[in-house]
Design a protein around this ligand. Structure first.
Ligand code: FES
Ligand SMILES: [Fe+2]
Length: 435
């Protein structure tokens, strides 16, 4: 990463995103200065998904992940609290945990042996007496690993480095009503199946995020041949009059009310039967409308970078690695109470569709990488991109929450994504984080 990039000001940023006409400047996908500002004003400020509670179920359980490009450790301590702190030693900055997952009582740095607790506090260091004798005011209490604020919502753990950020409830807002379709359709809640997949793509992080927020339009074209190969039938056009895009605070969800549309793509009749058998129970818990969304043809993105396909049970984050790269983390999310045999079918289905070797993910990755690369051409850069589908599709709905748009073939969620992006990118306040 170069250090001589000039930070774009608010007027320059506003010129990149024309929400009235539905036009986006290609610069948002390749520019180093825009990217660096995203790290500061989006990834260092937003509430970011860091783990599912089931991944750190026991005291001492930990995993490593990223908040923006900052490496962090997520660890459950002896009191049951989940802590998130930088995976970088306060002495010389060395990486504290080289392991990506495990169970520990404490973390010892490989370089000089400073040792930190499960809450990030510095608890021991070699020759501490020398420090006390020669280092005026030395206090190990000041040298803990830099901590983030941490709050969970129904099993999902979120963290932010911004001390001034509004609470997670405000951040999620009415999107919680939709998240509950995924997280609260069963009284026992959800879990991630063990293991995750980490892979790389040479694309800007916003392409997958905005795709999952509401690009149903690509599916019948991009994924048609994949669906033919896997299922013996194409994707087909979805019923547009019975489908919606909703957005809240830049979070998007597009869905039909077919109940098992996406789940069918996994190619496992037992999963379809499971969803149909549960429909009444789910309706009693969440109401008829939301019971129709559980396995439906739908996709979602929680701003900025946590995406999921409810019907296919794939759950992922797109970690930025420069303007033209991401590290993609993928899990399988299931109801805890689902039979074990069904959980393995979900795992198999996700691997077949949305893993690095999954047919549908390969379709998408190709498009996102090519879009990222071509947008950086010297002449190509000057041409705006078209985001105007469904400019007049907003409706009032008696039950659905948030901003509601009729028809999934729509760019309204992408425009909402960039509205939130612009708002945060133009927020010039100094960063407020714990010291
Ligand atoms: S860098 Fe960690 S103990 Fe020195
Ligand atoms: Fe796709």
């Amino acid at each position: 990463m170069t250090t001589d990039v000039i930070q774009p000001g608010p007027d320059e940023l506003r010129a990149l995103v024309d929400l009235e006409r539905g036009a986006i400047d290609r610069r948002v996908y390749w520019d180093e200065a825009v990217y660096r500002l995203e790290l500061e004003r989006i990834f260092a400020r937003c509430w970011l998904f860091v783990a599912h509670e089931s991944q750190v179920a026991e005291p001492g359980d930990f995993l490593t992940t990223y908040m923006g490009e900052d490496g962090v450790i997520v660890a459950r301590d002896g009191n049951g609290a989940i802590n998130v702190f930088l995976n970088s030693c306060t002495h010389r900055g060395n990486r504290i945990s080289l392991a990506e997952v495990g169970n520990r009582r404490r973390f010892t740095c490989n370089y000089h042996g400073w040792t930190f607790g499960l809450d990030g506090a510095l608890v021991a260091l070699p020759q501490e007496d020398v420090y006390r004798q020669t280092c005026p005011g030395f206090d190990p209490g000041d040298l803990g690993l830099h901590r983030a604020r941490v709050v969970s919502y129904k099993g999902l753990v979120f963290a932010t480095f911004d001390e001034e950020a509004p609470g997670l409830e405000d951040y999620l807002g009415d999107y919680r009503w939709y998240l509950d379709v995924l997280l609260d359709n069963d009284e026992d809640g959800t879990e991630f199946l063990e293991g995750s997949i980490k892979s790389r793509m040479a694309c800007n992080w916003k392409f997958p995020a905005e795709n999952f927020a509401g690009d149903s339009y690509h599916a019948a074209w991009t994924h048609n041949s994949g669906a033919m190969a896997m299922l013996g039938m194409g994707v087909g056009k979805s019923n547009q009059e019975n489908s919606y895009q909703i957005n809240v605070n830049g979070h998007g969800w597009q869905f039909g009310l077919d109940m098992v549309g996406n789940a069918m793509v996994l190619g496992e009749q037992d999963i379809v039967d499971y969803l149909r058998e549960r429909e009444e129970k789910v309706a009693a818990r969440l109401g008829k409308l939301r019971s129709r969304m559980v396995g439906s043809i739908s996709s979602a993105n929680l701003f900025p970078h946590m995406s999921f396909l409810p019907g296919q049970s794939t759950f992922r984050t797109w970690h930025p690695k420069g303007p033209k790269g991401i590290e993609l983390h993928t899990w399988v999310l299931v109801n805890k109470s689902a039979p074990e045999s069904l959980k393995s079918l979900y795992m198999k289905g996700v691997m077949r569709t949305f893993s690095p070797s999954g047919t549908l993910e390969m379709d998408d990755g190709d498009n996102w990488e090519n879009s990222t690369q071509t947008n950086d051409g010297v002449v190509t850069r000057r041409q705006k991109l078209h985001y105007a589908l469904g400019l007049d599709s907003g409706i009032q709905h008696p039950e659905l929450k948030g901003a509601v748009h009729l028809r999934k073939y729509n760019d309204s969620n992408q425009r909402a994504f960039y509205r939130q992006w612009l708002k945060l990118m133009c927020d010039e306040r100094a960063h407020a984080s714990r010291s």
